[in-house]
Design a protein around this ligand. Structure first.
Ligand code: BG6
Length: 505
């Protein structure tokens, strides 16, 4: 990392620029690479955050040369870049773009890849450092990892680092995730493994820690004495797009509940870390994940649904079973809602309601702390009948910010009290737009900063929550809901039975 010697090296406000290095992407022609990774590489270059000596290598089966790959990369970056397009930035990057053609079981191709890395060392001074991004189906991990081991590519030494980036889903259940972890750990050392959960790269998710631990206002009420319940929502208006093959085998719980939502829960419920470092933050999150409990009777606390044909933003939307590539009798869930507990002194007795779904009315992710009602109100019942619970809502996306909902007097001659809200909007307070999650996380991989990456024990603790749910759901059929509705009625009934209701963000 290049640091200005005149400034305190611990000053994290300084732009952090990684060592000279190469980024090798397996699965370069896939959706993730085109829509997220390549644009993120360009945006980092455009912001001056890549080292001068940087190389990008693509590995895929296509019969391409460096120029074909550079063209694909340029198109992809241009289409989805967050920052303005500057041809000269791309031109500089394009000079160090390489493509290696081959299949994963082809020894020659991996020898060639190792050779390309060695060549880049002499031609582009990458210093032997490389990060390997596995943007490929997990079933391909074993063969690719073995190839890296065979060719010695996975080996970090005193003079160079080698890192691997693994995309979710990290396995299919606890057993398979253990196997996967063992496999990755047998080839790379633990500190060189980066498991990406892109929600942790979102600015607002990181702001949750700032909100809690940089202020005095919130922490005293951030517990079961004051909080009635917590609602964590990740709603999407989109369907499954062209991903039927993946989604049919996965479903909403494995796709996002196991990772994004449980990570949000962990950050919401964790204790203050001793310091803002990977080790300490991961330790606190892990404690929460290990303390998560499921109710004994899952029938009333674990609801899953599947969208049927409906309407969204004035457009007719197909049902899940009519989507291309989906079994017409599919029982895969596209919606999941669960009530979890966190068995710690801070949270005992506070329900954490988590829900996620596709084809819901709008795209919104938020964490809402719903506070207990005042134990006594000195007003007549009729004056406060429209008053809800106080709420603190962290809006992860869109309209990133924080909202505080509380009661206020309605202007007039009577003492009527109604809910109002106070808003903090990122877009209004800061002029700089938030970086994309992948921009932040890629940069962190190259810097070797693992703060925003879950540790394998967290992944396993999360599967330990999901496995019993999946087992219970295996013998059930998801409740139907119409595309454009807020999920199945059973999910509303789950909260109503406990005297609560879902927020309608
Ligand atoms: C991915 C899931 O991890 O997150 C997708 O696999 C989902 O199903 C996506 O659509 C949502 O990400 P974001 O950043 O758009 O909220």
């Amino acid at each position: 990392m290049i640091v200005n010697p005149l400034r305190d090296p611990r000053d994290r406000r300084l732009p952090r620029v990684p060592d000279p290095c190469a980024l090798v992407v397996f699965g370069i022609t896939g959706d993730l690479a085109r829509k997220k990774l390549l644009p993120a590489v360009y945006d980092l270059a455009n912001r001056g955050l890549l080292p001068t000596n940087f190389a990008l290598l693509g590995f895929a089966r296509r019969d391409w040369g460096d120029t074909d790959f550079a063209e694909l990369a340029r198109d992809a970056a241009r289409k989805a870049a967050r920052t303005p397009w500057r041809e000269e930035v791309w031109e500089r990057l394009a000079g160090s773009v390489r493509f290696v053609q081959g299949s994963f079981d082809d020894d020659n191709a991996f020898d060639e890849l190792a050779g390309a890395l060695a060549d880049l060392e002499s031609s582009h001074g990458i210093g032997g450092n490389a990060a390997f991004y596995l943007s490929i189906p997990p079933s391909m991990f074993p063969v690719v990892l073995k190839q890296m081991e065979r060719t010695g590519m996975a080996e970090s030494t005193r003079d160079r680092w080698r890192r691997v980036v693994v995309e979710k889903p990290f396995g299919h259940d606890l057993t398979s995730s253990r196997e996967l972890n063992e496999l990755v750990d047998s080839v790379f050392s633990a500190e060189d493994v980066f498991r990406i959960d892109h929600y942790l790269g979102k600015e607002t998710v990181q702001n949750l820690m700032a909100l809690r631990f940089a202020n005095t206002l919130f922490e005293p009420i951030w517990n079961g004495h004051h909080v009635d319940s917590v609602q964590i929502t990740m709603a999407e208006d989109v369907g499954i797009g062209g991903r039927a093959g993946f989604y049919e085998k996965t479903g909403a719980a494995r796709d996002v509940l196991q990772n994004h939502l449980l990570q949000l829960l962990a950050l919401t419920a964790m204790e203050e870390p001793v310091e803002f470092s990977a080790e300490e933050i991961r330790t606190e999150k892990l404690k929460v994940l290990r303390a998560v409990s499921l109710p004994d009777d899952l029938r009333a606390a674990a609801i899953r649904g599947q969208y049927e044909q409906g309407w969204l933003a004035g457009q007719r939307a197909d049902g899940y079973r009519q989507e291309e590539g989906v079994d017409p009798a599919s029982k895969t869930e596209t919606y999941a809602a669960v009530r979890l507990g966190v068995e710690t002194r801070r949270w005992a007795g506070v329900p954490f309601y988590l829900r996620t779904g596709k084809r819901l009315p709008r795209r919104v992710t938020e964490i809402a702390l719903v506070f207990k009602r005042a134990p006594h109100l000195p007003f007549a019942d009729t004056d406060t009948e429209e008053l809800g619970n106080n709420q603190l809502v962290v809006r992860v996306q869109p309209d990133e910010g924080v909202t505080l909902k509380f009661g206020s007097k309605v202007p007039g001659s009577v003492m009527e009290v109604r809910d109002v809200s106070m808003d903090f909007l990122y877009g209004e307070q800061f002029t700089e737009a938030s970086p994309e999650a992948y921009e932040r996380l890629l940069l962190d991989v190259l810097l070797g900063d693992a703060t925003l990456f879950p540790r394998n024990a967290e992944v396993e603790a999360s599967w330990a929550v999901i496995d019993p749910l999946e087992e219970f759901w295996a013998s059930t059929t998801p409740y139907p809901y119409r595309a454009g509705e807020w999920g199945p009625r059973a999910a509303d009934e789950m909260l109503a039975a406990e005297g609560r209701r879902w927020r309608r963000p």
